[in-house]
Design a protein around this ligand. Structure first.
Ligand SMILES: [Zn+2]
Length: 348
C-alpha cells in the first residue's frame, strides 16, 4: 500500500491551534504555554463490556470509565491542542466497548448517548433529533451548535455518522470521524470558531436493507428541516479518516465546487497531499449537495476492511487523525470574509 508521508514522532501529534490561543476563559487539556508541553491524559482503562444488554448500564459503564476532561478555572493564555489519544478513547468507546452500531439499534442509541454525554461535559448543549428508519426502527442525530463570537446568521455544518454496517464494529467507518469531531468540539467549546458551526453526529448513514438507496436517514432528515432563519453556507462530512493511503475532499460533482476547492487550497498551504475525488454520494454530504450547498467529504481511502469485522481500532493510524484535524483547524483558522462570501454566493 502506498504511504503518504507522515511524521513519525508522537510529539508532533499535539499541535497548537494558532487562532485559538488567547483568552479562553476555561478549557480542558491545556499546555503551559511552551511548545513542547505535553497534554496529559489520564490513562483510564475502559472495563471490558461483556453483557449483551444495552442501554443505561452500558452507557454508564462507558461514561464513568472514560476520564472526563478536567475543567479548570480561568487560565490565560492557554493553548487548545488536539489530543489524539482523546480521539482514540472515543473510537475505543464506540468501536470496542459498544461495537457494531446498526442504524436504529440499541447500540446506536448508546453511542448517541455517549456522544451527547461527552458534549455536555464540554459545557455544550446538544439536542437529539429522531427520525424513522425503514424496517420500523427509530434512529437519532446528536446536534450541537457552537457559536462564533459574535454570532453569525451564516453557519456551516460539520458532521459524521455514528452507525456502522453489520458486522463491522466501524472503527474507521466511522468512529474515526466521531472521534475527530468530538475533539474539535472540545477545542471550539474552549475558544469559539470564526463562524457559527453546527456539529451533527448522524444516525443511520449506512444502507439498512437490500435497497441501495435506503441510507443517509439522519442527514436526509436534517437537510430536509434546515431552519429558514439561518443561512447554511457549507457542509463538511468527516467519514473514514483513520485508514488508507489517499486523502480526498470529495463530492458528487453535482453541487458547487467552492468548499472542496477551498479545502484543497488549504491542504496545499499546510503541505498536506490531498485531491478531489468525484463519486456517488456515499456519505452524509449527499443530501446537502443535492440541495445545492457547497460540500466536502474529507476521507482517507481506501480501507480494505470497510463493512467487515476487520474494521477494528488496531487499524487506525493516529497520524491520519492528526492530518485531518490539522486540515480542518487550518481551514477554519484561515476562513476569510472572501471565502465566506464565495460559499454564501454559491449556496441556495
Ligand atoms: Zn462511513
Amino acid at each position: 500500500m502506498a504511504e503518504t508521508s507522515h511524521s513519525g514522532s508522537l510529539n508532533l501529534l499535539l499541535f497548537l491551534v494558532p487562532l485559538l490561543i488567547v483568552g479562553a476563559g476555561c478549557t480542558t487539556t491545556t499546555s503551559n504555554g511552551s511548545d513542547d508541553s505535553v497534554v496529559s491524559q489520564e490513562e483510564t482503562a475502559i472495563p471490558e463490556f461483556r453483557g449483551q444488554g444495552t442501554g443505561d448500564a452500558l452507557l454508564d459503564s462507558i461514561l464513568n470509565a472514560t476520564s472526563d476532561v478536567e475543567t479548570t478555572g480561568p487560565v490565560a493564555p492557554v493553548a487548545v491542542t488536539f489530543d489524539v489519544e482523546a480521539a482514540m478513547d472515543h473510537i475505543e468507546a464506540l468501536a470496542v466497548d459498544i461495537g457494531v452500531r446498526v442504524a436504529g439499534s440499541a447500540e446506536e442509541t448508546v453511542a448517541a448517548e455517549y456522544i451527547r454525554g461527552k458534549l455536555e461535559g464540554m459545557g455544550l448543549a446538544p439536542a437529539i433529533e429522531t427520525f424513522p428508519v425503514d424496517g420500523g426502527r427509530t434512529s437519532r442525530n446528536v446536534v450541537v451548535d457552537i457559536a462564533s463570537a459574535p454570532e453569525t446568521t451564516r453557519y456551516m455544518i460539520l458532521g459524521g455518522h455514528i452507525d456502522s454496517k453489520s458486522p463491522a464494529p466501524g472503527a474507521n467507518d466511522n468512529a474515526s470521524g466521531v472521534g475527530v469531531l468530538l475533539e474539535l468540539a472540545r477545542m471550539w467549546a474552549a475558544v469559539p470558531p470564526p463562524i457559527d458551526l453546527q456539529l451533527v453526529f448522524y444516525g443511520a448513514e449506512e444502507i439498512v436493507d437490500s435497497d441501495p438507496d435506503h441510507h443517509h436517514y439522519g442527514s436526509r432528515a436534517h437537510a430536509a428541516a434546515l431552519p429558514a432563519s439561518r443561512d447554511l453556507i457549507g457542509m463538511v462530512s468527516v467519514d473514514d479518516v483513520g485508514v488508507g493511503p489517499d486523502l480526498h475532499a470529495r463530492s458528487m460533482s453535482r453541487g458547487p465546487a467552492t468548499l472542496y476547492n477551498q479545502f484543497l487550497t488549504v491542504a496545499e498551504d499546510i503541505g498536506l497531499k490531498a485531491s478531489h475525488k468525484s463519486g456517488p454520494g456515499f456519505s452524509d454530504h449527499e443530501p446537502y449537495e443535492v440541495k445545492g450547498y457547497p460540500v466536502a467529504w474529507l476521507q482517507y481511502r481506501l480501507s480494505p476492511d470497510g463493512h467487515t469485522p476487520r474494521d477494528t481500532i488496531d487499524k487506525i493510524d493516529r497520524n491520519r487523525l492528526v492530518d485531518v484535524t490539522r486540515w480542518i483547524t487550518a481551514y477554519f483558522d484561515g476562513l476569510s470574509a472572501e471565502m465566506i462570501n464565495d460559499l454564501a454566493g454559491n449556496s441556495p
